[in-house]
Design a protein around this ligand. Structure first.
Ligand SMILES: [Zn+2]
Length: 436
């Protein structure tokens, strides 16, 4: 049995199908490719017009001085808020507006937003303009159905998630936009699938390891000291001791895909010796013993692991190699890290979303954790808000791929779920525990 309000909400959402399609297409047609971070102002102004016409007060905030911000590529964000008639809690939908580069292999125009067989194609349809559009339709339909609601709805469109979120959510969180006295519930409509609730993510540590050597003529390598061979020793030590050790560590976090339920390490890049020649140079390289080799490691760690231990393990490995090689010397530089996070299943936004999924889709929600990080990291760490999930339409596997698409029915279903959460959290129907 659905409540009267839920039935009315579903009717309004279904009637807005064409509007949802057009909104998604128009968002996709603004090519907000990042890097470098193009057209941020344009998409914020588009969202401003749309949300102001639905009664939201809007604010454009530039992430000034953040990585990548310049007069040519300003990091613009929009925060929109619509207060209800009574005081209450605030539900915030946060979507990133940036998309990654197009890449090769497309059979459709990546910025046309072509509609075919109930799917909208284009870069950013799935990750995550479809989710943004669904949250806007959900909020508008809720306002129409329950004009007397309490509390507030916020919708933000933020920059730079694909490059770390420093000019977007991190910047806003540092300025109090996600502090618990302003916002109580956050849904990030990333493409995790309409029947899944993403509770958080694993941790990440990026570091650059450099081994040093001594340059000499390549015909007399014994007169120098080869930094690549030293790095080779580091790799061998990783193969024999580190990778097997990581494979034995597993987590209770419900990470998907399952292969990511253990500690992992990727070597993001490896470079030794002279720089590669520019493509227009047609000559040969010169014979030199490399005096430097660099490797960037990407270590993903589990909530059960301590960050200090994760770093110490690599330091210990390097010291072990050093003890075995007479002239071995190295540096290690921290590039960036994020601590793992996982919202409790008993948190109100999780409970509310789970109830709504059951009501809309007729099945229990699946709880998942993301193998990689997303903007929840800033909301959690800087904003100090623990009541945050990722929930939205689309298949994660399509993100960043050629012919990326979003299903219109999936968007409608997840808009219903998001709308029901608003009924649950911002109206009496929710407070009295009325069955959704
Ligand atoms: Zn995304």
């Amino acid at each position: 049995m659905q409540s009267e309000k839920a039935t009315a909400l579903f009717g309004v959402i279904e009637a807005r199908r064409d509007d949802l399609i057009a909104l998604t297409q128009e968002l996709v047609r603004i090519p907000t490719i990042n890097p470098p971070g193009d057209h941020y102002l344009e998409i914020c102004e588009y969202l401003k017009r749309r949300l102001e016409s639905s009664g939201f007060a809007t604010e454009l905030v530039r992430g000034e001085g953040t990585p990548g911000d310049s007069d040519r590529y300003p990091r613009w964000n929009i925060v929109a808020r619509r207060d209800g008639r009574h005081s209450g809690e605030c539900v915030h939908f946060n979507s990133h507006t940036d998309v990654v580069e197009v890449g090769h292999g497309w059979s459709k125009d990546p910025f046309a937003g072509t509609l075919e067989d109930g799917k909208i194609f284009g870069r950013g349809t799935c990750d995550m303009k479809g989710g943004l559009a669904a949250s806007i339709i959900a909020a508008e339909a809720f306002i129409e159905t329950c004009p007397d609601y309490a509390g507030a709805i916020e919708i933000s469109g933020t920059a730079d998630e694909e490059t770390g979120g420093y000019g977007g959510v991190a910047y806003l969180a540092e300025r109090g936009y996600f502090s618990p006295d302003r916002v109580q519930h956050v849904i990030i409509p990333e493409p995790l699938q309409k029947d899944r609730i993403c509770l958080g993510h694993r941790g990440v540590w990026w570091a650059e390891i450099e081994t040093h050597g001594e340059i000499a003529h390549g015909s007399m390598p014994f007169l120098g000291d080869c930094a690549v061979r030293h790095m080779g020793a580091v790799l061998t030590e990783m193969e024999t001791s580190l990778f097997p050790a990581l494979a034995t560590r597993s987590t209770d976090m419900p990470v998907v895909p399952e292969g990511a339920r253990q500690s992992t390490l990727n070597i993001n890049s490896f470079h030794g010796g002279q720089d590669e020649n520019p493509p227009e140079f047609t000559g040969f390289p010169s014979p030199c013993v490399p005096d430097s080799a660099r490797m960037v490691i990407d270590r993903r760690f589990l909530i059960e692991e301590d960050f200090q231990d994760v770093q110490q393990e690599i330091h210990t490995l390097l010291e072990r190699v050093k003890s075995q090689r007479e002239t071995f010397s190295y540096d290690i530089r921290d590039l960036h890290h994020v601590i793992p996070t996982m919202t409790d299943k008993t948190a109100p936004i999780v409970q509310s979303t789970a109830k709504a999924i059951k009501s809309v889709l007729g099945r229990d929600a699946e709880y998942v954790v993301s193998p990689g990080t997303y903007d929840q990291k800033h909301i959690d760490r800087i904003g100090r808000l623990k009541n945050c999930i990722a929930y939205g339409p689309g298949l994660l596997e399509l993100a960043h791929k050629p012919d990326e698409y979003i299903g219109v029915d999936d968007m409608l279903d997840s808009a219903k779920v998001m709308g029901l959460c608003l009924i649950d959290l911002l109206t009496d129907a929710g407070e009295q525990g009325e069955k959704l």
